[in-house]
Design a binder for this molecule. Structure first.
Ligand SMILES: NC(=O)c1ccc[n+]([C@@H]2O[C@H](COP(=O)([O-])OP(=O)(O)OC[C@H]3O[C@@H](n4cnc5c(N)ncnc54)[C@H](OP(=O)(O)O)[C@@H]3O)[C@@H](O)[C@H]2O)c1
Length: 337
């Protein structure tokens, strides 16, 4: 199976490459050569996909491909460029989309592939526009298409997120037993899937005829509240039980609109998705990596590259907590007997 991955060295991509190696695939990656590359035996094509003429020529010249997986298509121009480059030269095309295409107005959880897509972020809207372009290419017989929608995916090469976003000082705060913020009452629901588990889903969907013309969520099975997520992350780090400060979400967003955009757009909403459809059609797709194990590996990677931001270099959380204590008059809930 001759496979092209557009991207290839990123977080999910590396999980795909590992699983494709396991399938004995002949792997080519296309990227700019800027990101750390420990992929081993793969062919490398270099270029910037936004130099569309050169990208399309290179991809067409090295084809035809049994499978092409586009990991870094974020807008209509890039999707249309893929269709031009691959028309008649691709046995199966997989598009890495996102659960953000559903938006956050679901009234029934978990969100399935039948849930209407009503994205409210520009990221989700642009990914949905890409999905529609690829599904039209599928219907027009240009190449068979599969859409895969990961939710939060983590692993070595990326951060350990928290309920406010992707601040790296979160890890150091937990290690030092400093207070951390969780928005609302901490009961928001969340799923995080390890990159190799998501990658296995892509790699085994590749070339699978059951997947032609279909869209799939690719998420973890486990669902945790943000409080549980925070406690489990601390436990994985060998840190003390976290000191969680709950602050109303609207207040947080009003206090720091710019830096808390991820909270406003994503993390304030329940993120619970079903991947039963992908498990049905691609039985190799399973959440195999326990969250604590995935966090340990991720933090080892961050530590080795000195990427953990020391809490003393970022007083953002302390300033917000101080502001909240002023506003709430040092409010701590009394135990009602
Ligand atoms: N992680 C999550 O939680 C999550 C959730 C939902 C969906 N997703 C989706 O997952 C995808 C990201 O996949 P990933 O994790 O494998 O990738 P990634 O970590 O974002 O890595 C980006 C890859 O693309 C290459 N690249 C970036 N810009 C390029 C350009 N202009 N031209 C050519 N190559 C370029 C990079 O290498 P160079 O820097 O060397 O070029 C690298 O190989 C996105 O589509 C995202 O929407 C992620």
């Amino acid at each position: 199976m001759k496979v092209l991955i557009i991207g290839g060295t990123g977080l999910i991509s590396r999980g795909i490459v590992k699983a494709l190696h396991g399938r004995g695939a002949d792997i080519t990656v296309f990227n700019r050569g800027k990101t750390e590359d420990r992929l081993g035996a793969v062919r490398r094509l270099r270029g910037d996909r936004d130099d569309t003429a050169a990208f399309e020529k290179l991809v067409a010249d090295h084809g035809p491909w049994d499978v092409v997986i586009d990991m870094i298509c974020f807008n209509v121009q890039q999707a249309e460029s893929d269709v031009r480059a691959l028309d008649g030269r691709c046995g199966h095309f997989l598009f890495c989309s996102t659960v953000c295409t559903y938006g956050n107005t679901q009234t029934i959880l978990p969100t399935t592939e039948l849930t209407p897509q009503r994205p409210h972020s520009s990221y989700g809207r642009d990914k949905l526009a890409g999905e529609q372009i690829f599904l039209r290419a599928h219907e027009a017989g240009k190449f068979p298409v599969t859409i895969i929608r990961p939710s939060h995916t983590y692993g070595p090469g990326g951060p350990v997120i928290n309920n406010l976003g992707w601040e790296h000082s979160f890890v150091d705060r937990l290690r030092q037993g400093l207070p951390v913020i969780v928005s609302g009452d901490g009961h928001g629901l969340w799923q995080s899937c390890y990159h190799e588990d998501v990658g296995r889903g892509f790699a085994h969907a590749a070339g699978n005829r059951h997947c032609f013309g279909e869209a799939y969520n690719a998420t973890a099975d486990e669902v945790a509240t943000w409080d549980e997520y925070t406690r489990r992350t601390a436990a994985a780090l060998g840190a003390p039980a976290p000191r969680i400060v709950h602050i109303p979400t609207d207040l947080l967003v009003a206090l720091q609109h710019e830096r808390l955009q991820p909270l406003e757009e994503i993390f304030r909403y329940h993120g619970v998705y079903s991947s039963e459809k992908l498990k049905r059609d691609v039985p190799e797709f399973r959440q195999k990596t326990p969250y604590e194990e995935g966090v340990k590996r991720t933090v080892e990677w961050l530590d080795a590259r000195h990427k953990i931001v020391p809490a003393k270099e970022d007083d953002f959380v302390d300033r917000i907590i101080a502001e909240w204590e002023k506003l709430s008059g040092g409010f701590t809930p009394a135990v009602v007997k």
